[in-house]
Ligand binder design. Structure first.
Ligand SMILES: [Zn+2]
Length: 203
């Protein structure tokens, strides 16, 4: 499950920084940097977040806390099931083009409720169906794999969103030009660790 970022990748140091913060969180050695009034005032005129996190809205997975980061560090987009839509794509493009952020981490998590509802074919009302429809292709892909269906579907959903991001324009172009790296990762609810997900060999 865990994969090391390739050393030649220009976003290697960004990933290392995120994972080091997560390690502090897991081990209880939080530094809580960039959470003071002076940091607030220092970034009032402009932001330069070092990473974009596309994460689930689940209350147990707040990126600033699990990566031990502070004000102005992360450009966080949260939506149930960490799915993509045009508004989210626009937000990512804004962070890359206007703020110079060079890495997107698609962060799924264990026992994701949105993925579980899709796996169970739950009867949903209102706009929840938008989430289910977005996640369904990942569940379809996970169906014939050995192991736990929900675990496999959570992972497949992260891989799906990474692939969707990498194939959408202009993100695909930014990735080609080495201006942006897109990485998938999964959060472990019980131990707090974030594991990078290796690129699937085929899609
Ligand atoms: Zn979730």
């Amino acid at each position: 499950m865990t994969a090391s970022p390739p050393a030649s990748n220009p976003s290697h140091r960004i990933l290392e920084k995120l994972l080091a913060g997560n390690q502090r969180y897991v081990t209880g050695n939080l530094v809580h940097h960039h959470q003071s009034g002076s940091r607030m005032r220092a970034i009032a005129a402009g932001q330069h977040p070092f990473a974009i996190i596309l994460g689930c809205a689940d209350s147990r997975v707040p990126p600033e806390i699990i990566f031990d980061q502070g004000l102005g560090d992360l450009f966080v987009i949260r939506v149930a099931g960490n799915i993509l839509d045009d508004a989210i794509l626009g937000s990512i493009e804004y962070a890359v083009e206007e703020l110079g952020t060079a890495l997107v981490l698609v962060l799924g998590h264990e026992r994701c409720g949105a993925v579980a509802a899709t796996v169970k074919h739950a009867e949903v009302v209102g706009h929840i169906s938008t989430l289910i429809n977005a996640i369904q292709p990942a569940v379809d892909k996970a169906k014939n794999k050995p192991g736990d269906l929900l675990d496999n579907a959570v992972r497949a959903n992260i891989e799906l969103v990474v692939a969707q991001l990498k194939s959408s324009m202009p993100v695909a172009d930014l990735v080609l030009k080495n201006k942006l790296t897109v990485v998938g990762a999964q959060y472990n609810l019980k131990c707090g660790s974030v594991d990078l997900i290796a690129e699937p060999l085929c899609s």
